[in-house]
Write a protein that binds this ligand. Structure first.
Ligand SMILES: *Cc1c(COP(=O)(O)O)cnc(C)c1O
Length: 409
């Protein structure tokens, strides 16, 4: 039996006390653990492969992977070597590092819908740049977005109301994911002011079972964009580089005009990217987007090393295999313990919910029981696997989740 960690550690509690005094709310955004758990540690001090360590030295098998960025495992040797080497030469210089060209070439070579690439710092930068480009290209204002879809933590697309004005989102027109008729109605509402259709490769909203894109819906959005002259923007920030290196809609045969990338692009270094088609080169050149850190060489070197490693071809199939192993194991355990669960989305980005658990109490208790047994996962946000997870690691996870099911029975 794995030892159960009964309470949060002393260092954790001391850090929380200090943080409450100097950081609003003790922490903010998605990493404010108080928003989803009483058992998860707020603070982590290190990571290695598929394991992370909290401030009290407790180890966890990591099923969140830094909430997406870590696709090859924490401190992947090849990426770390590239980071250290570039750090030795400098990071923020007065001109762009040549590695930006190397990495843009690699992205264009890897992604069929990419004729060019540009870099930024995060996913919000990337989606915002796509929207700005689409408006510059079309001279129009309206952006179609799916109800509940997350495209970043900036006012034009924020899902929370505080501090956001109606005017910030005045030109968004909403449709329902996987409902082509609703997207067509939204396009009709936008009329001749339609600039872009923004869509994620699948529905991965929080507190909701994940939903894969219906291929007919994806093809229908492509046709709708072609018919109306709107730019089709794929927000591949979360799924990108985990499901298909060419872009997450490549298996559906649907190619976007612009794609927003971030999270896994540099295995944890701060980087985002936009890729696009030739027809949008001039529009992208016309907008002014930049940032103090957008040209930093270390993350670009990390991105180049990450994609080079991913292109060797084993990481994605490995995640598909270990993800399937995890899903099968959890399904068997749920049955054995008498629970009805749903596991949704691609196996590399797992999501688990309990039938009838409308207020998320059961899944929260289960996630807390898992974290107390050394498996770091989330009650109602999708998880992420990395190429560092082995079959043996998954079996180790499953030993502990089995105990978590028993604990909440
Ligand atoms: C995380 C995410 C973003 C925002 O990326 P940041 O790096 O947090 O700014 C945008 N879109 C999707 C789909 C995301 O998952």
């Amino acid at each position: 039996m794995t030892a159960v960690t009964p309470t949060l550690g002393e260092r954790e509690l001391a850090l929380r006390d200090r943080a409450r005094a100097v950081i609003p709310g003790g922490m903010y955004g998605h990493m404010n653990v108080a928003a989803f758990s009483t058992a998860h540690p707020q603070f982590m001090v290190s990571g290695d492969g598929c394991r992370v360590t909290d401030a009290d030295g407790r180890d966890y098998l990591d099923l969140m992977c830094g909430w997406g960025p870590v696709v090859l495992g924490h401190r992947h040797p090849g990426v770390t070597a590239a980071v250290v080497e570039q750090l030795g030469r400098g990071d923020c210089l007065d001109g762009t590092s040549p590695v930006a060209v190397d990495f843009a070439e690699l992205l264009v070579d890897t992604i069929p819908s990419a004729d060019w690439a540009m870099f930024c710092k995060n996913g919000s930068d990337a989606t915002t740049t796509c929207v700005t480009t689409a408006r510059a290209a079309t001279g129009k204002r309206k952006i179609l977005v799916a109800n509940g879809a997350y495209h970043g933590a900036v006012p034009w697309c924020s899902l929370r109301g505080a501090g956001v004005t109606d005017e910030d989102q005045a030109h968004l027109v909403h449709y329902e994911y996987n409902d082509l008729a609703s997207a067509e109605a939204a396009a009709a509402e936008a009329g001749d002011d339609l600039a872009a259709i923004l869509v994620c490769p699948m529905r991965h909203d929080i507190k909701r079972d994940q939903e894969l894109a219906d291929p007919a819906f994806a093809r229908g959005l492509r046709a709708l964009a072609d018919r109306t002259g709107a730019v089709l923007i794929l927000d591949d920030v979360r799924c990108g580089f985990r499901l298909d290196l060419g872009g997450s809609w490549e298996p559906l045969g649907v190619r976007p005009d612009l794609t927003a990338w971030s999270k896994a692009i540099a295995n944890g270094q701060a980087l985002g990217a936009v890729t696009g088609i030739d027809g949008l080169r001039d529009a992208t050149r016309s907008i002014y987007v930049t940032g103090s850190f957008w040209y930093a060489a270390v993350p670009l070197a990390a991105g180049f090393a990450t994609l080079t490693e991913l292109r060797k071809g084993t990481a994605l199939p490995d995640m598909a295999r270990t993800g399937a192993r995890l899903r099968d194991g959890l399904a068997r355990q749920a049955v054995a313990h008498g629970f009805e669960i749903r596991q949704t989305g691609p196996v590399q980005m797992p999501m688990l919910s309990f039938a009838g658990d409308e207020d998320f109490r059961l899944v929260t208790a289960w996630a807390e029981a898992a974290v107390e047994r050394g498996v770091y996962l989330h009650p109602w946000h999708n998880w992420f696997l990395s190429a560092a997870h082995t079959d043996a690691d998954i079996d180790d996870v499953l030993t502990r989740t089995d105990e978590a099911f028993a604990a909440v029975r």
